[in-house]
Design a protein around this ligand. Structure first.
Ligand code: ADP
Ligand code: MG
Length: 703
């Protein structure tokens, strides 16, 4: 790595607020096991602190690991830092996110998702590779970060004898809750990076009121507002907050269309402005496109970034003067109406709205245009965002904790405890999957399940298939369900018809009544094609998503092979046809998602909630009604109706023996074990699995 000629990026970093505090900050990290670092977003915490520690020699004893709740943030920031340090990404500076490991032996500064670090703890509970662990974006309160906080507190609160050098844990957060964090981490010191913020004027709009919480009309309003700002405000870039990819793409399309007709001689107030550069920003975007976002716009051109919440704190774009806030965010919530986790579009909290507005005041005074009314702010927006741990399913993390020897999952040190019923629900589900026994102890199967960075249900189906020797089918399906949507649905009505026709033809190849089988067909057809990218184009399939699915499949297969070699892997036999075998394997993982025809096209779930659900139009079963009485489904979409997606018909006999398990178990029996006294030694007794490779995570944060 060259230390003499550093690029512009490095010089830029000297102007960041954190720079003046470099020496003191390094001292503070040296001085105590735990340290809380706080400062406004954009002050340089994420990109600079790891470099300061590197320069101060912290890498002599091990790596510096920095976690991010979002995968895009981990990737983008690692790119930036490798640029600043003038090294190739993947060498000294690297990143690891689920199914994508860009690190090497040389990597000393490693950005990763919080889920990744959680998986590393499974393989190496003492985190012996690390000299410093930095939990970043802690204010986001993602589920995995919250669990990591508790685990790191447990592991490093007392001096650990097994380590030859002391570890340092730094917890970074944008302003909020630092006292609480410090109190949680043995009253550790708090280092505050003084920020400079310029005033931001906020105005409310008239478009979204308290009655509009379920409509998506705000996309049009946002577009209108962008054009208004562009034509009537002085130069300066715009940052728009919307909720997800489809919406962002729609908004960008609309903007392109409308921006065409602007006459820059008459329509715009600021005559130095003569163009609009529209850039989308969301989680699953290709990284080369993301890079453009950070580049300064050419003279006279106003940049308009249309982003998800990722631009609220994880990524800082320079030059933003105007914010347009839709007031909504996409969030994974446990939906009590359907009894499962659902990605929902919900109003943001007031604190979130303030954070969004603040993005306009970093380098000069700014303006924030909220498209919602003041009444909406008062009546529909909660004060704070509820931590993820209190609103999503805990099944996967409870299994992880149990595998780490934390049997008393109720009294685990949570920064904010989840409701007991959520923990009980997780225990119940794990019991139903045979991952824990009646006493709440992890079973052999549970130990296998925890190795997969997938939803426990999908893992259960995959392991069943593996024991029956038909893992090929389930590996492909699991991979396809782990990547972004593979089906392209163009906006243009004619093209849409054409795409739908192609997709129906693909579904028909495998009988046309099983969406899981369609995924498998697409996977296999593309894989065996001589020109896979052309094949995708022809069939309206996202080639990029399919390419990731191929890579994910390989990685899942590697995990499975390793497990099959390492342990007494269960072996079963089955004599029936392949189609039935496939669906029966799915049933072992999806019996919690069984529905039965109620009336007409409405189905009723069998998990005890008895919710009424409809098959989503994207399913090949949408307009089939012949003898379709029992089905399983992959997930749920809640709009004004409850839709189920990725559906497969089954026979009642296949789930008959599994369904009672949904009701049989007394959760309090499981919880009485959960309360059982377990000493901290359990943690250390946990034998290290030397051969265990580092594995990535189950993450909901691709939004
Ligand atoms: P914090 O973590 O305190 O919010 P960051 O370290 O993320 O601050 O950001 C510091 C600066 O680095 C910001 O000015 C931001 O614009 C810049 N930066 C971060 N990532 C990139 C990137 N990929 N390209 C260009 N600049 C970047
Ligand atoms: Mg940061």
């Amino acid at each position: 790595m060259s230390k003499t000629s550093r690029g512009d990026a490095k010089d830029e970093s000297k102007h960041l607020p954190i720079y003046r505090h470099k020496a003191k900050l390094v001292e503070a990290v040296k001085a105590s096991t735990f340290l809380v670092v706080t400062g406004e977003t954009g002050s340089g915490k994420t990109t600079q602190l790891p470099q300061y520690l590197y320069e101060a020699g912290f890498c002599k004893n091990g790596r510096i690991g920095i976690t991010q709740p979002r995968r895009v943030a981990a990737i983008t920031v690692a790119q930036r830092v490798s640029q600043e340090m003038q090294c190739t990404l993947g060498r000294e500076v690297g990143y690891q996110v689920r199914f994508d490991d860009c690190t090497s032996q040389d990597t000393v500064v490693k950005y990763m998702t919080d889920g990744c670090l959680l998986r590393e703890i499974l393989a190496d509970p003492g985190l012996s590779q690390y000299s410093v662990v930095i939990l970043d974006e802690v204010h986001e309160r993602s589920l995995n970060t919250d669990i990591l906080l508790g685990l790191l507190k447990k592991i490093f609160s007392k001096a650990t004898k097994s380590r030859s050098f002391p570890v340092r844990v730094v917890v970074m957060s944008a302003t909020l809750e630092t006292d609480k964090l410090s109190a949680f981490l043995d009253n550790c010191p708090v280092f505050t990076i003084p920020g400079r913020m310029f005033p931001v004027t906020c105005t409310f709009g008239s478009a979204v009121g308290p009655k509009d919480t379920e409509s998506t009309a705000y996309v049009k309003e946002v577009v209108k507002m962008v054009l208004e700002v562009h034509t009537s405000e002085m130069a300066g870039d715009i940052l728009v907050f919307l909720t997800g990819q489809t919406e962002i793409e729609r908004a960008c399309d609309l903007l392109f269309e409308k921006a065409e007709s602007i006459d820059y001689r008459y329509d715009v107030q600021d005559q130095t402005v003569d163009g609009l550069l529209i850039l989308p920003l969301y989680g699953s975007m290709p990284t080369d496109q993301q890079r453009q976002i950070f580049q300064p716009s050419p003279p006279g051109i106003r940049k308009c970034v249309v982003a998800t919440n990722i631009a609220a704190t994880s990524l800082t774009i320079n030059g933003i003067i105007y914010i347009i806030d839709s007031g909504f965010v996409k969030q994974l919530n446990h939906n009590s109406r359907v009894g499962m986790d659902v990605l929902e579009v919900v109003p943001i909290s007031k604190s979130e709205a303030q954070q969004r507005a603040g993005r306009a005041g970093r380098t000069s005074a700014g303006k924030c245009f909220r498209i919602y009314t003041e009444e909406f702010w008062q009546k529909c927006m909660p004060e704070y965002t509820i931590p993820e741990i209190q609103r999503t399913s805990l099944t996967a993390v409870v299994l992880t904790l149990k595998c780490l020897g934390v049997h008393d999952v109720i009294r685990f040190p949570y920064l904010d405890s989840p409701e007991e019923r959520f923990i009980l629900e997780a225990l119940k589900q794990l019991y139903q999957f045979d991952a824990i026994d009646r006493r709440g102890r992890v079973t052999q199967l549970g130990k296998l399940m925890v190795e997969f960075p997938l939803h426990p249900g999908l893992t259960r189906a995959l392991l069943k298939a593996a024991s029956l020797g038909c893992e090929d089918m389930l590996l492909s399906v699991a991979a396809m369900l782990s990547v972004e949507n593979i089906f392209i649905r163009p906006g243009h009505p004619e093209k849409q018809k054409e795409a739908d026709k192609k997709h129906r033809a693909l579904a028909a190849k495998c009988g046309g009544t099983n969406d899981f089988a369609t995924l498998l067909t697409v996977f296999q057809a593309c894989k065996s094609s001589d020109r896979p990218s052309a094949w995708c184009k022809e069939n309206w399939i996202h080639w990029r998503a399919l390419k990731s699915a191929f890579s994910v499949e390989t990685q899942l297969r590697e995990i499975l092979l390793r497990l099959q070699q390492m342990r007494d892997f269960p072996v079963e036999t089955f004599d029936g046809n392949k189609n039935e075998l496939f669906r029966r394997c799915l049933c072992t993982g999806y019996f919690t998602n069984v529905a039965r025809r109620s009336v007409g096209k409405v189905f009723c779930t069998m998990d005890g909630h008895g919710s009424m659900v409809n098959i989503h139009p994207s399913s090949s079963l949408f307009d089939q009604d012949a003898e379709l009485n029992w089905i399983i489904f992959h997930d749920v979409l809640v709009t004004s109706r409850v839709y189920i997606r990725t559906v497969c018909p089954i026979r009642y006999e296949w789930v008959k023996d599994l369904l009672p398990k949904l009701h049989e178990v007394d959760v309090y029996e499981l919880s009485s074990v959960a309360r059982e006294e377990v000493t901290d030694e359990e943690m250390t007794k946990w034998e290290m699995r030397e051969a265990a490779k580092r594995l990535p995570e189950v993450s909901t944060e691709d939004v």
